[in-house]
Design a protein around this ligand. Structure first.
Ligand SMILES: Nc1nc2c(ncn2[C@@H]2O[C@H](COP(=O)(O)OP(=O)(O)OP(=O)(O)O)[C@@H](O)[C@H]2O)c(=O)[nH]1
Ligand SMILES: [Mg+2]
Length: 230
């Protein structure tokens, strides 16, 4: 088997696992959000702020992938979000099998096989390339781009921005110090995915968190409504 064939088979197997996960998430009415970015763009920081900002009645959980350490899960638990760390041991992305094992190990499972959660976040391994190819059964991929990374990144890493229903420009408090053209970056994102929502956010200044949380609530309400009329 050559490399191309091998990769095709891996992705096909992943897609099959992701379909099973998606059915299960839909059955349980769980909104699943896959958060992707380069290392250090602010995924964990955003999820910490999200845990603090969303209504406490919402049941949140996170499965977080990293190549080493439990640090992010520790941070998220400290912020009040039940979290489980998957240490991939070098793999540069989460896949559907890792997510499936992760929710079981996290105790997000119940005997009825329905997740007792409203929103499940997946914090992917810091990487803009590999996570683009892996369906995790999510409702939406959210790609973060911090303003320190440069406004050319959507066109340089097109697959992940094309697949993201939401792109968030993070660390906007740093805009005065870097040459990041917000409008140019927005144009690139929308050229790759005309229906993408593009948000600007700074956790440090507390800006954009309300809009982000309102969007999450809207997606959760929409998902529950679709199930009710299905
Ligand atoms: N100035 C500023 N710094 C931020 C903001 N959000 C996050 N940071 C900082 O950026 C650094 C990386 O943040 P993390 O949340 O750990 O990033 P991450 O994407 O989870 O990183 P990995 O999981 O390693 O890929 C930390 O030092 C944060 O304090 C922000 O809004 N403004
Ligand atoms: Mg992190």
């Amino acid at each position: 088997m050559n490399r191309v064939e091998y990769r095709r088979r891996i992705l096909e197997a992943n897609d099959a696992e992701a379909r099973v996960l998606r059915e299960r998430f839909d059955e349980g009415g769980v909104l699943v959000v896959d958060v992707v970015s380069s290392p250090g763009s602010g995924k964990t920081t955003l999820l910490e702020a999200t845990a603090r900002a969303l209504p406490s009645a919402l049941r949140l959980g996170c499965v977080v992938g990293d190549i080493a350490t439990e640090m992010d899960a520790d941070r998220l638990r400290a912020a009040g979000m039940p979290s489980h760390q998957i240490v991939t041991g070098g793999a540069c992305h989460l896949d559907a099998r890792l997510v499936s094992d992760g929710i079981e190990e996290a105790g997000f499972d119940t005997p009825e096989d329905v997740l007792p959660l409203d929103v499940l976040f997946l914090e992917n391994v810091g990487n803009l390339v590999c996570p683009a190819s892996y369906d995790l059964g999510e409702d939406v991929k959210v790609t973060l781009l911090s303003v320190t990374e440069g406004h050319d990144k959507p066109f340089k890493y097109p697959a992940i921005f094309a697949r993201a229903g939401i792109t968030i420009f993070t660390k906007t408090d740093l805009l005065p110090y870097v040459d990041f053209d917000v409008e140019l970056a927005r144009e690139q994102v929308l050229a790759l995915n005309p229906s993408a929502k593009v948000l600007e956010l700074s956790v440090k200044e507390g800006k954009g968190i309300d809009t982000w949380c309102a969007l999450l609530q809207e997606m959760l309400d929409g998902k529950r409504l679709m199930e009710a009329i299905a």
